[in-house]
Write a protein of this length. Structure first.
Length: 307
C-alpha cells in the first residue's frame, strides 16, 4: 500500500514537474545571457492554446507541439525586440506580455469554439511503456510508462547542462550575462546571443504549454497554466541557474503538487483550498530562504548598448 502510494506520487509528480523544468531551463538560458523574462506565464499560455487548437483540428499532437512552440517563440521575439533592440524595461514588457496572452487566448478560444460549458477534449499523447525498464519495482511505471513528450523533456536537462557548461556557446552566453562589455570586446555579438537565448526560452515555454494541453489536461481552459510560469521563475533561483538543480527543484515542486491531490483523496475534511495553496506557499518560501547566498548573473535585467 505504501509503495503504491509512493509510486503514484512519483508518477504524478514527474508529469506535473515536466512543464516546470522545461520552462525554467529556457529561463536559465535567458537569464544567463542577461535578460529576465517575466513573460513565461504568457508564453506557456499561448503555447498551450496553439497546441490545443492545432492538435484538435489536425488530430495530431505532434503538430500541436510544433504550433505551440511557434506561437510562444513569436511572443518571445516580441519580448526580444522590445527589450534587447529598443532597451525597454524587461519587467514591464514581460508583465505586459502576460496580460496580452491571457486576453488574447481567452478571446480567440471563444471566437473559435464559442462559449461552451463543456471542455473540449483533444487527441493527446498516450503513455509509452519502455520494455524491461517499466518492470522495475517502484521506479518502473513511474518513470518508464509516461507520454513520449515527457521522455523528450528528460533529454533537455543533460543537453542543456552540457551546452551551458561544456561548450564555447555556453561560455559566450554566460559572458554576456556577467560582463557584456567585455564579451563585446572579445568579439561576441551580445545582442544576437541574448536574442537567441530569449527565443530558446520561448521555445521551451511553448513546449511546456503544449505539454499541459496535450499530455496533461488534454484540453484547454482559460488560465490553464495556473501560475506555473511564476513558479518556474522561482525554480531558476532555487536551482542556482543550473539545469540539473532546476530539474530536482521542479521534481520537488511537482511531487508537492501531486501530494495535494493525495491529501484531498484521503477525505480529511480540511478545505481543499488549503492543499491548492501548497505549491504557491512553497514558491514563496523558496524566494524567501533560497535567495540567501545565491548570486545571479551580474548584468541580469540590464540592457546593453555599445559605447
Amino acid at each position: 500500500m505504501f509503495l503504491n502510494l509512493i509510486e503514484n506520487l512519483l508518477r504524478s509528480g514527474l508529469k506535473l514537474a515536466a512543464p516546470l523544468w522545461l520552462t525554467a531551463t529556457g529561463e536559465t538560458f535567458s537569464e544567463r545571457s542577461g535578460v529576465i523574462n517575466i513573460g513565461l506565464e504568457g508564453m506557456m499560455l499561448v503555447g498551450a492554446f496553439a497546441g490545443m487548437v492545432v492538435g484538435y483540428h489536425a488530430a495530431n499532437p505532434w503538430l500541436g507541439v510544433l504550433a505551440g512552440i511557434a506561437a510562444a517563440m513569436l511572443l518571445a521575439a516580441l519580448l526580444g525586440v522590445l527589450t534587447i533592440n529598443f532597451a525597454a524595461d524587461q519587467i514591464i514588457v514581460g508583465a505586459g506580455l502576460n496580460l496580452l496572452a491571457a486576453g488574447l487566448t481567452g478571446f480567440l478560444f471563444r471566437r473559435i469554439f464559442g462559449v461552451t460549458g463543456a471542455a473540449l477534449t483533444v487527441e493527446a499523447f498516450a503513455p509509452v511503456k519502455i520494455p524491461l525498464l517499466a518492470e522495475m519495482p517502484l521506479l518502473g511505471r513511474a518513470c518508464f510508462e509516461q507520454p513520449a513528450l515527457l521522455y523528450l523533456a528528460f533529454a533537455v536537462i543533460p543537453l542543456a547542462s552540457f551546452v551551458l557548461k561544456r561548450t564555447h556557446l555556453g561560455l559566450s552566453i554566460r559572458a554576456c550575462g556577467e560582463h557584456s562589455a567585455a564579451a563585446d570586446t572579445a568579439g561576441l555579438n551580445v545582442l544576437r546571443l541574448r536574442f537567441g537565448c530569449v527565443l530558446f526560452c520561448g521555445m521551451m515555454c511553448g513546449a511546456a504549454g503544449a505539454y499541459l494541453s496535450l499530455a496533461h489536461a488534454n484540453t484547454f481552459v482559460e488560465g490553464l497554466t495556473a501560475g506555473r510560469g511564476f513558479i518556474a521563475l522561482a525554480l531558476v533561483i532555487f536551482g542556482r541557474w543550473h539545469p540539473w538543480g532546476i530539474f530536482f527543484a521542479s521534481l520537488f515542486f511537482g511531487c508537492a503538487n501531486a501530494l495535494q491531490f493525495q491529501f484531498q483523496a484521503l477525505g480529511s475534511g480540511i478545505p481543499y483550498q488549503i492543499f491548492l495553496m501548497l505549491p504557491h506557499v512553497l514558491t514563496l518560501l523558496v524566494l524567501i530562504f533560497a535567495r540567501g547566498g545565491v548570486k545571479g548573473p551580474a548584468e541580469l535585467g540590464k540592457a546593453y548598448r555599445r559605447g
